[in-house]
Design a protein around this ligand. Structure first.
Ligand SMILES: N[C@@H](CCC(=O)N[C@@H](CS)C(=O)NCC(=O)O)C(=O)O
Length: 216
């Protein structure tokens, strides 16, 4: 298994966590998004969408973090990252999708570049944009998870699921944006449960071989 990754990419971070939780051995190929290495012809052969992550499994190339995590779940069911019943699985996927579809895309590199270069939006307003959309998503998530009867040390129950795999990288992004997260105590409590596990800890940006202090 070879993961095309960038230390700071939260979508790649999700896949790193899932690979680790599944106990799989994997190697990484670093694609520097700051230098624009995802726009090279070489990488376009790997992922025509020119985005990270992509996972090579034998002669298959998998893209889109949600699809990759579900692929890993199907090919390596143990330990499970989805709960046993259809209703519970739908709930866990709803949390992951709230993050992957409703928060993350609004703050992606290409969106931020468009705001800056094409629309002339200044740094201060771009920072406000990032904080706004993460804040709105986290407020909804906090309310949802706080009152759900099956919330445990993790988003759902006593072991990590796909919901946690998506939550933790988004919290790293929020911290990078210097957000005050005190309004989301349930999310922070779950974050701490996750980060106590090596699978999450070892997947974090600054523990990747391509990590760079000067990019933070
Ligand atoms: N929905 C995709 C998002 C992939 C994505 O956009 N990744 C970001 C890094 S987190 C990226 O490669 N951005 C490059 C760009 O925006 O130019 C997924 O979940 O895999």
């Amino acid at each position: 298994l070879r993961l095309y990754s960038f230390f700071r990419s939260s979508a790649a971070f999700r896949v790193r966590i899932a690979l680790n939780l599944k106990g799989l051995r994997w190697e990484s190929s670093a694609i520097d998004l700051v230098k624009g290495e995802h726009h090279t012809l070489q990488f376009e052969q790997v992922n025509p969408q020119r985005a990270i992550p992509a996972l090579l499994d034998g002669n298959q190339t998998l893209i889109q973090s949600m699809a990759i995590v579900e692929y890993l779940e199907e090919t390596h069911p143990d330990p499970p990252l989805l709960p046993a019943t259809t209703g519970e699985r739908s709930w866990v996927r709803a949390i992951a999708q709230l993050i992957a579809c409703d928060i993350h895309p609004l703050n992606n590199l290409r969106v931020m570049k468009y705001l800056k270069k094409d629309l002339g939006v200044g740094q201060e307003q771009r920072d406000a944009w990032v904080r706004h959309w993460i804040g709105e998503g986290f407020s909804n998530l906090e309310a949802m998870i706080k009152r759900h009867p099956q919330t445990g040390p993790f988003c759902h129950g006593n072991s990590p699921t796909i919901a946690d795999v998506f939550l933790v990288p988004q919290i790293f992004n929020a911290r990078r944006a210097k957000m005050d997260l005190s309004a989301y105590p349930t999310l922070l409590r779950i974050f701490d449960s996750c980060m106590a596990l090596p699978a999450f800890d070892l997947a974090q940006p600054m523990k990747q071989p391509d990590a760079r202090e000067d990019y933070l």
